[in-house]
Ligand binder design. Structure first.
Ligand SMILES: NC(=O)c1ccc[n+]([C@@H]2O[C@H](COP(=O)([O-])OP(=O)(O)OC[C@H]3O[C@@H](n4cnc5c(N)ncnc54)[C@H](OP(=O)(O)O)[C@@H]3O)[C@@H](O)[C@H]2O)c1
Length: 266
């Protein structure tokens, strides 16, 4: 279970914001519901919020600002991401400043390169990330959706600071990261952040989780998140308070080792 990131105490799960405030376009028709949901999660112990400049064309970041009004900024761990076509020095600086303005914040706890870009210079992008740490604009940086080869290139590009996380798709429906990517991250002390941990909600309907759910008398979503917490920090998304209660309830119990292994196929 991950409980510290970059020297800050964090909740073992975070909340995602893809689709909150729109998908690739901004959509404000559910703003009130989304603000209530994020605020509920934070008031109930979640301190990691994951977002990106892409989400709702920045509107997700604006909704986070509204949701956390009155909350001590230091108590939160805010992650945002730069889109892969913005990886020049000027592009990253422009993107991070725009994200901070929408969030109403002076710094990000973590800034991630959203996807690898084979035609951008990873050396240049990592160099800019290191400058941003020195400027106090971000506290740490990392990557997302990077395989082992791209991660090694990112590590090789660092001069002063470490790659702190790789945010990858990881769920009981998509476990291929267990073969190479997660062991590589563990070996290099890179935190694994699991995106799409509920398989876009499909895990809630999974028949395979039925048995475990019955055994532990816990909802399927909790079994799924509990499994992921063994080697990653999952960031599920929900705009539904009852669903958020289920998500939060996954942090105070544990699967037995034998059941973990069964689900893992060991
Ligand atoms: N780095 C990347 O490239 C990348 C890619 C994808 C996602 N992400 C991040 O990862 C986060 C999570 O991924 P995701 O949003 O794609 O999918 P997800 O978290 O796997 O699934 C979200 C879906 O699950 C449903 N859900 C949540 N709790 C539930 C419950 N207790 N029972 C039943 N259904 C439930 C939600 O519906 P309700 O709202 O109705 O609860 C929503 O439809 C994103 O929001 C984003 O921050 C990053």
């Amino acid at each position: 279970m991950i409980t510290r990131l970059c020297d800050k105490k964090v909740s073992p799960i975070g909340i995602g914001t893809w689709g909150i405030g729109g998908w690739i376009f901004s959509d404000n028709k559910n703003d009130k519901q989304q603000i209530t949901a994020i605020r509920f999660a934070v008031e109930n112990g979640i301190n990691i919020i994951d977002t990106a400049e892409l989400y709702g064309r920045g509107h997700a970041e604006e909704l986070i600002r509204e949701s956390i009004k009155g909350v001590d900024r230091e108590s939160l761990f805010i992650i945002s991401k730069v889109w892969p076509t913005h990886l020049s020095n000027r592009g990253i600086r422009k993107a991070v400043n725009a994200s901070l303005a929408r969030l109403g914040m002076k710094y990000l706890d973590m800034y991630l390169i959203h996807w690898p870009n084979p035609v951008a210079s990873i050396k240049g992008a990592i160099g800019t990330m290191e400058e941003l740490v020195d400027d106090g604009v971000i506290r740490s940086f990392g990557v997302s959706n990077f395989g082992v080869t791209d991660m090694q290139k990112a590590i090789d590009a660092t001069k002063k600071y470490e790659i702190t996380a790789n945010q990858i798709e990881y769920s009981l429906l998509k476990k291929d990261a267990e073969e190479e990517t997660i062991p590589f991250c563990q070996k290099n002390k890179i935190a694994v952040i699991a995106h799409t941990p509920l398989g876009h909600g499909r895990l809630a309907e999974s028949k395979e989780l039925e048995e475990m759910s019955k055994k532990y008398k816990k909802p399927k979503v909790q079994v799924a998140l509990n499994y992921l917490m063994r080697s990653s920090l999952p960031i599920p998304r929900s705009s539904n308070i009852e669903h958020l209660k289920e998500i939060i309830g996954s942090t105070d119990w544990s699967l037995e080792d034998s059941d973990y292994k069964k689900l893992r196929g060991l």
